[in-house]
Design a protein around this ligand. Sequence first.
Ligand code: SR1
Ligand code: MG
Length: 398
Amino acid sequence: MTVANRFTYEPLTESTATTLALELKLFPKDAVLTCNEIGDGNLNLVFHVSDKINGKSIIIKQALPYAKVVGESWPLTLKRNQIEANALRVAAKYVPELVPVVHFTDENLAITVMEDLSHLEISRKGLIDGKHFPLLSKHIGTYLAKTLFYTSDYALDPKVKKEQVQEFINPELCKITEDLVFTDPFFDKDTNNFEDGLTSAVHNLWNDAEVKLEVAKLKKKFLTNAEALLHGDLHTGSIFASELETKVIDPEFAYYGPMGFDIGQFIANLLLNSLSVNQENQHKLFTHIDTTWHVFNTEFTRLWNEESTEEYSKIPGFLDYTLKEIFEDTIGFAGCELIRRTIGLAHVADLDGIENEATRLVAKNNAIELGKYLLKHRTNISTTEELLQRVRSVLQHD
Ligand code: SR1
Ligand code: MG
């Protein structure tokens, strides 16, 4: 493959990815490149290309025309690669320190070449290994406040906002979320995947009309509320971290949706991890949840007071109303994520990796119970302290 004829899509190999890196002049001519495909996600190819001589390295991410997790029987748009690159560029305007640098993109090849972050670790893996990442929640709270505020009607000119909504129309990836997060886990669908030991909990869930009504309300918000540009898949596998740094990656599910969706997914994934760890680590994860919301709340409030362009922002009560709605949505979306990661198509290693069957089943039952509880009670919980108190009490009653 040459850059000159890169007009027809074909999946890269380690060899053609190396050629491409050289042709793009991202390395000196005398570079000695090594290339490895390192993608372990559900959807894409990811090549790590490095130069042995000067130590420079890059990542080439390429979308496949199908969902890797299922196979070629599940076709998927290549456009998601451009959505991801554009979403990274938008985030870089507001939180450059929290996203990778994009070096190059090509729509035909569905590739994005970006900064190599392999000095960091995927936060899900680190958390499973008992690491703490002390700044994770401060950084993600800031990421959420800035990306969500600056892409909303509170900051953008209404015409520009609508152009942005249009640019980020992402129907196929949204459909995955509509099905896998909001629909399939709550009905008897073929995509679901759960252990025999969960059958009775799953049947109870499917028969719970109160839960279904709450999920219906949240799905409606996901479908209709174009509030801000979301990452769209902000789980701990989409975040690189170290003791000092945090970088958010993979926004291929980006679209204009309700702010609480991103916050809820992040918090749910911390909760999923907390179900498999000892009490000391659980306490640290709960502190991360508290910090995420408090940093988001404080920073969002500051931006609202100092920079909102919306006439009604100064009206007493409107900020409180908005934050209350985002908090309730956050708790509800977290409930959906807890359930779908336990019995739906895409699981998490935090739970599946628990080796002892009895312990694993307790953790998974807890995830389902907690998810149901959050869905049903989200409008009666007003602070993270109260949320965490209720989480503790649900977990004590297994
Ligand atoms: C078919 S894609 C399955 C899941 O992987 C992605 O990371 C999203 O979370 C999606 O729901
Ligand atoms: Mg992803």
